[in-house]
Design a binder for this molecule. Structure first.
Ligand SMILES: Cc1cc2nc3c(=O)[nH]c(=O)nc-3n(C[C@H](O)[C@H](O)[C@H](O)COP(=O)(O)OP(=O)(O)OC[C@H]3O[C@@H](n4cnc5c(N)ncnc54)[C@H](O)[C@@H]3O)c2cc1C
Length: 510
């Protein structure tokens, strides 16, 4: 049997929601994956009488496409979409069967309006938690627009293609055979990348908000819900809804929930926001903030949004090493997400730069997949928690180098090593490697702000106990502030504080 009882029960439940018939075309050979694929097809047809399967050669073998009867949709899976891609399979079947996708009408219109022919290919690994978003977004685009098609390709099944294309980070997205982008992208980001954007005029004539929130991570979402619950006009503008939580796999310290995963938490944040009258503006980047009578936030698309108050919750991003080779080999061996890209380095030697909690966690995680991990720490000792260090030192395929400075990431068309120096002796050395995972902390996303908002020496916004900044009516929350601890629950708490602070300000100043 292909599916275990739990997965089969879930499929059974989901496939009850199918609206019309679906024809799956499957292209199989005599290899093991083909056998499993046929077994999966049998399971699907046994679960739903609305699913028909026919064997036919497709561009890749093994693969299968999910179609309407009499009309190909262009949605193809080259590999077996289980693991993290299970939801992609379920959604493809449901949406092809006629079930409406859970996206805004404006976005559906935007997709349908795309002109031209696009064939997308996304290389994934089944353990990549960043991949399903991309697969599902491109599948949806294929389903809605006859000019668009998309194939998910499991890199573990099509190893030759991965080697030929030198793919070292997933998801790796190709459009009409040309590399488009690597890493997690939301539907809105893909549309933007394709040059299809919502009209700036849609933003230009918006009335001022009572509270305008900039940033859609846990801090911004929490602020938005708290503000909207006061019945005041609330808007939230975000470059990437969900923020860092989108890059997080396991979350075990979100109190009240023993375990959840980043994308799952973001989906419920989005649901929570949708429950209220909140104007959510996704995929929009703020590039400036000024305080006149109102707070004015200028967007990169040219529009200016206004608010009687504003809450800045633009979070933080991975700190870069800043050494030669880092940019050149990004996604060609230089990686920032061990959960996503670890499997690409199976059986190879890698380094982790950074001996804090995230670096040591990454090293422990990678040690289970790769041949050998070298941890390089700038300070004389590791900074990670004792329990993590103990676990790290118990592993026999890990070497720890302390008091060393990374000088250069070397390579030709991809990473082949690292040059580092001992900080006391200044002696340099070279290690041959296939991958470098950079894990050296975060920097606040405050560089877009002008001079008016007070920052500390780390670039973090200074706030008081009400979440207020030095500018009257401007508040801030979460990882972009000088809060000493950067956590989801702490960001949410400070988002709530800032919203209540802003509400207080409004009732005192109107
Ligand atoms: C890999 C990883 C694992 C983690 N694991 C955990 C964990 O297990 N538990 C835990 O509690 N915490 C964890 N964290 C930390 C946690 O994710 C952060 O503390 C939290 O997300 C901070 O929330 P935030 O809303 O302040 O900022 P962010 O999550 O960074 O969100 C910032 C928001 O602002 C937007 N933005 C940025 N600049 C602009 C701009 N100029 N214009 C418009 N929008 C902008 C972003 O797109 C995003 O929407 C982890 C972080 C990472 C990276």
């Amino acid at each position: 049997m292909m599916l275990d009882a739990d997965v089969k029960a879930q499929l059974n439940e989901y496939l009850q929601l199918m609206e019309g018939d679906v024809l799956i075309k499957v292209s199989v050979g005599s290899d093991e994956v083909s056998k499993d694929m046929l077994a999966l097809m049998e399971e699907l047809t046994s679960i739903s009488s609305k699913i028909k399967v026919e064997e036919t050669p497709l561009e890749r073998t093994p693969s299968f496409s999910v179609n309407r009867v009499g009309e190909d949709t262009g949605v193809t899976f080259a590999g077996i979409p289980l693991g993290h891609e299970f939801t992609s399979l379920v959604l493809a079947i449901l949406q092809v069967s006629g079930r409406a996708p859970k996206v805004e009408e404006g976005v559906v219109k935007q997709i349908k309006n795309i002109q031209g022919e696009y064939h997308f290919e996304t290389y994934i690994s089944l353990s990549c938690h960043n991949c399903p978003d991309v697969v599902q977004a491109l599948n949806l685009m294929s389903i809605l627009n006859p000019g668009i098609s998309h194939t998910m390709i499991d890199g573990a099944v099509f190893k030759d293609e991965v080697e030929d294309k030198n793919i070292l980070a997933v998801p790796a997205i190709y459009s009409n055979g040309e590399f488009l982008e690597s890493g997690r992208m939301s539907l809105e980001e893909i549309l933007k990348k394709m040059g299809s954007s919502m009209d700036a005029s849609e933003f230009a004539n918006k009335d001022p908000y009572d509270v305008l929130i900039i940033g859609g991570g846990p801090a911004g979402v929490s602020a938005a819900v708290y503000a909207a619950r006061k019945g005041i006009r609330t808007g939230i503008v975000a470059q990437r809804f969900g923020g860092q939580v989108m890059d997080t796999l396991a979350i075990e310290n979100f109190i009240g929930m023993k375990y959840t995963e980043g994308p799952k938490l973001v989906a419920s944040l989005e649901e929570h926001v949708k429950d209220y009258n909140i104007d959510v503006m996704k995929s929009q980047r703020a590039k400036g903030l000024q305080k006149n009578d109102l707070v004015e936030v200028e967007l990169e698309n040219g529009a200016t949004l206004k608010g009687k108050t504003a809450i800045i919750s633009t979070g933080a991003r991975w700190r870069k090493l800043g050494v030669p080779g880092e940019d050149k080999f990004k996604n060609k061996g230089v990686a920032y997400c061990p959960h996503c890209d670890g499997p690409m380095f199976e059986g190879k030697d890698v380094a982790v730069i950074g001996g804090g909690n995230s670096g040591v966690e990454a090293a422990i995680d990678l040690a289970g997949i790769v041949k050998h991990v070298t941890v390089l720490e700038f300070l004389p000792e590791l900074k990670a928690d004792e329990v993590l260090q103990k676990r790290l030192y118990s592993l026999d395929n890990v070497t720890v180098l302390t008091n060393v400075e990374t000088k250069e990431i070397t390579g030709d068309d991809k990473v082949n090593g690292i040059n580092y120096a001992d900080r006391d002796t200044e002696e340099t050395d070279h290690i041959e490697l296939a991958g470098v995972f950079v894990q050296i902390g975060l920097i606040p996303n405050t560089d877009w702000l002008g001079e008016e908002v007070e920052l500390n020496s780390y670039g973090e916004i200074v706030v008081d106990e009400h979440g207020a900044t030095n500018l009257a009516g401007v508040f801030a929350a979460g990882d972009c502030t000088h809060s000493p601890y950067k956590q989801i629950i702490i960001s949410m708490g400070s988002g709530a504080t800032a919203a209540l602070g802003a509400f207080d300000y409004l009732i005192r100043n109107e």
